[in-house]
Ligand binder design. Structure first.
Ligand code: DC
Length: 238
């Protein structure tokens, strides 16, 4: 069966990664969390004491660091690996969430990450979540979803996720962080967060995960069907 690219973009904490992971598992596709890559760059710069404003040093750091995903055999999940070490927990901490939009707005960082993401998806058969997948990384993605949800709903979801990792953060702080990131992500000059003209809008405020997953899978079936139909028509014309 033909493999396609599924781009899931949208605001932070709308359920993009949970949905994307489940869709990838259902289809036997690879799941790539592009936000984790920007988080890893942020962690690297912090740990090496590199100022985000020191652009030549940031560019050098992009050549030095090695970002990859490793499959955890026990959980079946792809985990972010920075310089050979799994750093999933650290990259999700609030200290990183508070700085990541600054780092992801640096053009050299975006260029390096976009190039790597395009390489990761060149054979297709991937579900990629992020902010600019349908607009910049894979403008030719066969399925494009743009997810949104009410900011308080998103903050409560993120609070629950953090609490599971023993990080207890007041909901107001999370709302503030989400608002700040939404603003920075949508107003940066380099590939800002915006809905691609051909992306389908999915508001998850009142949706359960299963419904979100079914919504995306329906779009995938429709896309595969129309690709197959186009193939049949192409064959008939030959
Ligand atoms: O999805 P996330 O919250 O883990 O993403 C972390 C940050 O990375 C987010 O504030 C915006 C940025 N990001 C981006 O600019 N482009 C992407 N494709 C993915 C994430």
């Amino acid at each position: 069966m033909r493999k396609i690219v599924i781009a899931i973009d949208g605001y932070s904490s709308c359920g993009k990664s949970t949905t994307a992971k489940a869709v990838a598992a259902e289809l036997g596709y690879a799941y790539i969390d592009t936000g984790a890559m920007y988080r890893a760059v942020t962690l690297y710069l912090l740990e090496h004491g590199i100022s985000f404003e020191d652009l030549p040093r940031v560019e050098q750091a992009l050549h030095e660091m090695h970002i990859a995903f490793k499959r955890n055999r026990k959980t079946g999940r792809n985990e972010l690996c920075l310089d050979g070490v799994i750093r999933e927990d650290e990259i999700r901490q609030m200290r990183i969430s508070n700085l990541v939009s600054e780092v992801s707005g640096i053009p050299a960082v975006r260029h390096a990450m976009v190039r790597q993401q395009q390489r990761m998806g060149r054979k297709r058969g991937v579900v990629m979540d992020g902010r600019d997948i349908g607009t910049t990384v894979f403008p030719d993605a066969e399925v494009k979803i743009f997810m949104t949800a009410d900011v308080l709903t998103r903050a409560l979801r993120r609070q629950e996720e953090l609490a599971l990792k023993e990080e207890h953060v007041p909901v107001e702080d999370i709302v503030e962080n989400l608002r700040k990131r939404d603003h920075l992500d949508s107003t940066r000059t380099e590939s800002p967060l915006r809905r691609a003209a051909d992306a389908v809008l999915l508001d998850t405020t009142h949706m359960m995960i299963d419904e979100q997953v079914d919504f995306v899978l329906e779009r995938v079936s429709a896309s595969l069907f129309s690709l197959a139909a186009a193939g049949w028509q192409g064959n008939e014309q030959k």
